[in-house]
Design a protein around this ligand. Structure first.
Ligand code: PRX
Length: 657
């Protein structure tokens, strides 16, 4: 465990800055009373029960919380609800059918505006279609899609049936997709012919075909593949397995009666990287998840559904897209922009054009995107009218104060509070963030656990650490949107999150509180990397590398990177007898191989062919030494190394000697 987190360069630079809420913002904020923290602390269960009552329950709950073991938590368990009804039907029933739900902008510039009434029709048709294809409560459906309205419809239709979706990010490779489909046992895959990305077509259906071909000879759980026509690129349709979404859906009725499901009915599986080569299928359930996703939308983003135009730039392939593109906004009846493509297509002004065109009021994005915009220069953003914006959000990694200030000044015009939101795939929804009408902002800090959430910084033995000492971040009480398990692997769930501290949930993050009670995140303390706000596992990339016939051994580390926060660096030992790659060409071929195995996001930025790796006498790779060497730092304590010359050879290689 890397517990070297006592200080962080962010803090010193940020210590001076503080931004209290403007009176104007505070006066109109959804949450204005700082007493909310105290009130929630007095009775956290009642606090969450009240938030849950904002949803529509077919059968109201009487029991708020039930815990069997520390890792077995149930919320609102005797209540029954339908997630899709909450996100769509109830708004139409409340007379809001004409309100725009989705303002879609395709990368090529095509647009669609979809009202709640239209969304209602589509979701009902889709639910009827999926039911006719045999999707029942508890069945798994894989969704491998671009960011288009049908993706949202597909997720809601699956949820409406009480089935479980597993959205796989469209940038993942056939192999990653195959592993996820099979692990979840998905009987249906929903995809598109293609998606538009950087002016090119990402051929999603071809990748689905490749993923299913990888199963050749073995039984695949997949019975059908539904294909949305998005790009019109040629695809091979295999009968009777493959069906066109657009043709099928028209044959179904636009009325579908939503059934009520228990609050703990599983809603989705989302795979995320852990410390082994195998991704974890994080399982979320219904009532608690929707309660917290919806509640944080109101409290943290200060959403006013009648007037706001909200835009979260995340892809639905990640948890941010689940909670803050689909469930949180729609449960509140929000109007939101969804954009299919990349921020630099046709050029870097695209995002700011979108903000201006739709009058976006709330923008939620990642520090890596802000840093990219900074590099392009403020002139590009300033050519657009961004005066509609009133609140900005950040997620995925700590935001460095320089990027924070740029975001505040250039994008927010000194008017918009920035909510830096700390949370994880496992937490399901935001856990720590400012409440923008109350909190004095400290750039770089995720500020404070939300009302009803209790975070502590603990030492290795589980003792609370006094501020400002760094330690391990834990959630010491349960929260409604907490992950319920790892799909098919309860044991791993317990070992990863619950064994270290007994009662408390271990986040995998290092953190510290300052004397004012602000929370500062210090990065992961396990072998998980954060590249552009995306989680990658060193072990997963290492296993991809050793899959290559020329590779004998590989070690992967994260190195600091100005653009992406962290970047992947790999150290590889080639097999002595192999003739597949020359040492000169190996870096190019092997980085490409990783991209093909996992997806382009995992491609190592640096790959070094080395004769040996630094190991302890028991054979464990000393990644700490590799990190120091890669960062050009002097190499620390090497006394436990089996062969101390190894690291010298690597350091010489890095410095080009
Ligand atoms: O290390 C933390 C970092 O991202 C991890 C969670 O990654 P993932 O499950 O992919 O979810 C990302 C979107 C919620 C955390 O363990 N992280 C996330 N948000 C922040 C952050 N680190 C610092 N500040 C944040 N606001």
């Amino acid at each position: 465990m890397n517990l070297n987190i006592e200080s962080h360069p962010l803090h010193d630079a940020a210590a001076e800055l503080s931004y209290p809420p403007s009176e104007e913002f505070a006066r109109q904020a959804n949450v204005q009373d700082p007493g909310i923290y105290r009130a929630a602390a007095a009775d956290p269960l009642e606090y969450w029960a009240e938030e849950a009552r904002q949803l529509h329950w077919h059968k109201p709950f009487t029991e708020v919380f039930y815990r069997d073991k520390p890792h077995q938590n149930e919320w609102f368990r005797d209540g029954e609800l339908n997630i899709a009804f909450n996100c769509v039907d109830r708004h139409v029933l409340a007379g809001l059918g004409d309100r725009t739900a989705l303002l879609f902008e395709g990368e090529p510039g095509d647009t669609r505006s979809i009202s709640y009434r239209e969304l209602h029709v589509e979701v009902q048709r889709a639910a009827n279609m999926l039911a006719a294809l045999g999707v029942r409560q508890g069945d798994r459906v894989a969704i491998y899609m671009p960011m288009i309205p049908e993706t949202v419809v597909a997720m809601l239709a699956v949820a409406r049936l009480g089935a479980i979706h597993s959205v796989v990010f469209g940038g993942f490779s056939a192999e990653s997709l195959r592993a996820r489909i099979n692990d979840a046992g998905a009987k249906l895959v929903i995809t598109a012919d293609g998606g538009n990305r950087k002016g090119r077509i990402t051929k999603l259906k071809d990748t689905v075909d490749a993923a299913l071909r990888l199963d050749a000879g073995e039984p695949s759980p997949v019975e059908h593949v539904l294909v949305v026509k998005r790009c019109g690129n040629e695809v091979t349709m295999q009968e009777p397995r493959d069906l066109w979404w657009d043709e099928e859906i028209m044959t179904y009725d636009a009325e579908h009666r939503p059934q009520a499901f228990a609050a703990e009915n599983p809603l989705f599986i989302l795979y995320t990287s852990g410390t082994t080569g195998k991704p974890k299928g994080i399982l979320h359930t219904s009532g608690g998840y929707l309660t917290q996703a919806a509640s944080t939308m109101r409290g943290v983003f200060d959403l006013k559904p009648e007037t706001d135009i909200y835009w979260c730039t995340a892809d639905v392939g990640w948890i941010t897209g689940h909670s803050y593109v689909v469930y949180g906004p729609l449960a509140n009846g929000a109007t939101q922009v969804i954009y299919e493509g990349s921020p630099d297509t046709p050029d870097w002004s695209r995002w700011w054009q979108i903000v201006e065109k739709y009058g976006v009021t709330i923008l939620y994005t990642a520090p890596t995107a802000i840093r990219a915009a900074m590099r392009i220069g403020r002139q590009v953003a300033q050519q657009h009218d961004l005066s509609s914006l009133r609140l900005l959000g950040s997620v995925g990694e700590p935001i460095n104060p320089e990027a924070w200030r740029w975001y505040y000044e250039v994008i927010g015009g000194h008017r918009c509070p920035i909510v830096d939101t700390w949370w994880q795939t496992e937490t399901g929804a935001i856990m720590a963030a400012p409440l923008p009408g109350i909190t004095t902002l400290r750039p770089g800090s995720a500020q404070r656990a939300l009302p009803g959430i209790y975070l502590e910084v603990l030492d290795d033995a589980g003792e609370s650490m006094d501020p400002p000492t760094g330690g391990l971040l834990a959630a010491v009480t349960p929260w409604p949107s907490m992950a319920r398990t790892i799909w098919g692997d309860d044991q791993r769930f317990v070992e990863t999150y619950w064994e270290r501290f007994g009662d408390a949930y271990f986040t995998g993050d290092g953190a510290r509180f300052d004397e004012e009670g602000n929370l500062w995140l210090l990065g992961r303390v396990d072998d998980v990397l954060n590249v552009s706000g995306h989680r990658l596992s060193t072990a997963e990339i290492e296993s991809a590398l050793v899959e290559h016939h020329a590779v004998a051994e590989a070690a992967v580390i994260g190195v600091p990177d100005e653009a992406t926060g962290e970047a992947v660096a790999a150290f590889v030992i080639l097999k002595t007898q192999q003739q597949l790659v020359t040492p000169e060409d190996a870096p190019r071929q092997l980085t490409q191989f990783v991209a093909e195995q996992i997806g382009a996001i995992a491609r190592p930025k640096q790959l070094l062919i080395v004769p040996e790796l630094p190991k302890t006498r028991s054979g464990k790779i000393m990644r700490r030494l590799l990190r120091d060497a890669a960062a050009g730092k002097s190499i620390g304590d090497t006394t436990t190394l089996a062969d101390t010359t190894v690291i010298q050879v690597i350091t010489d290689q890095i410095s080009g000697r």
